[in-house]
Each structure stands twice: as structure tokens, then as C-alpha cells.
Design a protein around this ligand. Structure first.
Ligand code: GLA
Length: 389
């Protein structure tokens, strides 16, 4: 088997080699998010796109009560007892186990399976490698065992797997994008009712570029859950004092938040202000896209970064450095941290002729200031989860 073969071929060949039968092969992509950060679990709007990097799974029923799972990325395998689906000491296996656990809870039989997984979504870069794997697994199980789930239901199931099994209280954005992505399009998703609209990406001479800090701080997951509960605290305040029917911060007007500055703990106030502003900013940014006003869109990206940095406090010095460093670059329309925060990538809109020079300047400055090597990815959009022919 050549390691230069495409990944869907690698998982298939590896599966045949280990199990001597032909598997089903499925892929599901990572994602970027143009704007609308930390709004999904507040019933707000997000603007993600699936990318051309994905998780791949080759899978087939094992015919027994146990399954053997192999990760090509980690060069590891685990044996799983399907009668006792529980947390495993092997980290990557839990993303598959969480999905099996949720699929079993649907009340349909999930016979034991063998699988091989691999992926090229960079881990820890904020492109949702874990959601890609979870989405690939549920898409594969749906095919294999005729679960009859829509992509919409699969996204919700994968989210529950992450929330309940992994313990990260993430929103729906990552799985939704992984399952619904469309090449050359972003998805404007209303996280309240999961209605969505595809927008063509028409950036003219501009490209989406990710700069990777190369760091992921260990507090990322716990801080994420803390932010969620701070939003819930804020929501309870507005329900109690204004309207018991408010279902999420989406329902709270910005002016109502501002009017309560002195009555709320500073942190809760800041979180609520950021979220309510970001939801409106995302809607306005979609109008900018429709109008072809990329300059206005880019300014909103910077505003989002400032909100995430000062009010929501999920940035870090490395991300701030990279966002700030683009401010004097006339070729950059907008830049901001992307995803959960505390590391990973910034997302930037950059004139195509300037990308190489910008990368060189940033890499040098970043190495000097932060002592890390800078990574760069050009974003190519892709389709959502699919069976590989
Ligand atoms: C992570 C979560 C998403 C979303 C983003 C922040 O990627 O998995 O649900 O909340 O952070 O926008």
C-alpha cells in the first residue's frame, strides 16, 4: 500500500489487508467558519463552509459481539465489546464510541463492526477534526444499518455524542457543516431551527487563508463549557426580569443587555453583550456578502475578533498577535480567530497576489514574537459527508 494513495484508498486497502473483505468507505469534512462565533449554542447564526480535508472510515459488520478499530493516524488499534459501550483509554476511539452509544440509544440494533479510520483535518487547528470523524461514523452507520436518518438528524446525533460522551458542550455548527457542506458555498445556518441557506463564495481576487498558531491551550474544553454556562446565567437573568419566554440569548436585544450593565456580574454582562452583538453582526455580514461588499465584511471580522478577545475572552496572545499583525496589511480585508478559541487558526481574507509575501512576513514576525512556527492553509471548500465510490 502506498502512503501517497488518496486517503479513501488507504483506509480501504488497510481494511482489506486486516480483515480480508470489502468495506464501505465514507468521508466527512472539517469546516471553517467565516463569521458567527460562539453563537450556535445561543440559537444564533453561523456562516461555515465544509473544506477539502476530511475524516475517512472504512467499515463493515464484524459478525461477532466485538469489533476491531484501527487508526492509521495514531498507528493504534482497539478491540471493542459492543455489549458494553463505555469510555476507552484510547482517545480517538471515544469519538466513534460516542456515536455508537447514541445510535444504540435510537433503539435500533447496531451490530458490532470493524473499521479503519484516517484523516487529514489538522488536529487542534480549529477545523473540527473530531466533528468530521463523528459525522463520518454516523453517516457510515446510517448507510450500513439502514437507520433512515436525515443529514439533519445525523448532525444532532453527532452533537449529542460530543456533548454526552466526550463531555464538550459544543453547539451544532461543526457537525452540521460537515454533513451539509457544498463545494464553493458557505452555509448560513439558523441554529434555532436548523433552517439554512447556501451562499456562493464569490470573493473575486480574494482568498480565504488560515494562519495556524500551532498551539492549543489545555484550558480550551473547560473554558468552552464555562462560557456556555455564563450564557445560561445571563439568559436566566433576562427571563426572570423581562420575559420568561426568552429561549436563548438570541431573543435578548442588545439594548436590553446594555441597560443592565450595572445589574449583571461583569463577566456575564460581557458574554451577553458579545453574543447579542455577534448574532446581529453575522446577519449584517451576510448582507455584505450578498451585496459583494467584502471590505465591510472584513471589518466585521475584525470586530468579531475584538469581541472574542475582550468580551468573550476566548482568544490568546498567539491569536491576537496574528490578527493584529494583518491590520497594516492593505491586502488583508479581515482577520479573526476562528472556532472555539485558545489556539488553532485565524481566518483571513487576503488578496491572492499578496498571500505569499504576507505569509513570509507573518511567519518571521510570529517566530520572533511568539517562538512558534506559523502554519498556513489555503481554504478550498468541499462537499459534505459522502460514500466514496
Ligand atoms: C467549537 C464548537 C462549535 C462552536 C464554535 C465556536 O468549534 O464545536 O459548536 O460553538 O466552537 O463558534
Amino acid at each position: 500500500m502506498s502512503s501517497f494513495a488518496p486517503l479513501h484508498v488507504q483506509v480501504e486497502n488497510s481494511f482489506q489487508h486486516h480483515f480480508s473483505r470489502k468495506p464501505l468507505v465514507v468521508s466527512s469534512p472539517g469546516r471553517v467558519n467565516l463569521i458567527g462565533e460562539h453563537t450556535d449554542y445561543n440559537d444564533g447564526f453561523v456562516l461555515p463552509a465544509a473544506i477539502d480535508k476530511a475524516a475517512y472510515i472504512a467499515i463493515s459488520p464484524s459478525g461477532s459481539t466485538h469489533g476491531k478499530w484501527i487508526s492509521l493516524d495514531f498507528s493504534e488499534f482497539v478491540t471493542i465489546d459492543f455489549q458494553n459501550i463505555t469510555i476507552n483509554s484510547v482517545g480517538w476511539a471515544n469519538y466513534i464510541l460516542g456515536v455508537v452509544d447514541q445510535a444504540q440509544k435510537l433503539g435500533k440494533p447496531i451490530p458490532a463492526f470493524d473499521c479503519v479510520v484516517v484523516g487529514d483535518v489538522p488536529i487542534g487547528s480549529g477545523m473540527s477534526s473530531s466533528a468530521a470523524l463523528e459525522s463520518a461514523v454516523i453517516f457510515a452507520l446510517n448507510e450500513l444499518y439502514d437507520l433512515g436518518l436525515s443529514r439533519w438528524k445525523m448532525a444532532l446525533l453527532a452533537q449529542r455524542a460530543e456533548n454526552e460522551f466526550i463531555g464538550v458542550k459544543c453547539g451544532i455548527m461543526d457537525m452540521f457543516a460537515s454533513l451539509h457542506g457544498k463545494v464553493n458555498h458557505v452555509i448560513r445556518l439558523d441554529c434555532r431551527d436548523l433552517s439554512f441557506e447556501y451562499f456562493p463564495i464569490e470573493l473575486g481576487d480574494y482568498k480565504i487563508v488560515l494562519f495556524d498558531t500551532g498551539v492549543k491551550h489545555s484550558l480550551a474544553d473547560s473554558a468552552y463549557n464555562t462560557r456556555r454556562s455564563e450564557c445560561e446565567t445571563g439568559l436566566r437573568f433576562f427571563q426572570k426580569h423581562y420575559n420568561p419566554n426568552f429561549k436563548a440569548l438570541r431573543d435578548v436585544p442588545i439594548a436590553m443587555v446594555q441597560a443592565n450593565r450595572s445589574r449583571l456580574p461583569k463577566e456575564v454582562y460581557d458574554r451577553c453583550l458579545y453574543v447579542t452583538e455577534e448574532i446581529q453582526r453575522t446577519l449584517a455580514a451576510c448582507e455584505d456578502l450578498k451585496n459583494g461588499d467584502l471590505a465591510a465584511f472584513g471589518l466585521k471580522m475584525y470586530a468579531t475578533h475584538e469581541g472574542l478577545r475582550h468580551l468573550y475572552q476566548v482568544s490568546c496572545p498567539e491569536l491576537d498577535f496574528l490578527a493584529d499583525a494583518t491590520r497594516d496589511e492593505s491586502s488583508v480585508l479581515g482577520a479573526r480567530m476562528m472556532g472555539g478559541g485558545f489556539g488553532g487558526c485565524t481566518i483571513n481574507i487576503v488578496h491572492q497576489d499578496a498571500i505569499e509575501g504576507l505569509n513570509e512576513r507573518l511567519a518571521k514576525a510570529y517566530q520572533e514574537a511568539m517562538g512558534h512556527k506559523l502554519g498556513m492553509y489555503m481554504v478550498v471548500t468541499g462537499d459534505g459527508a459522502k460514500v466514496q465510490a
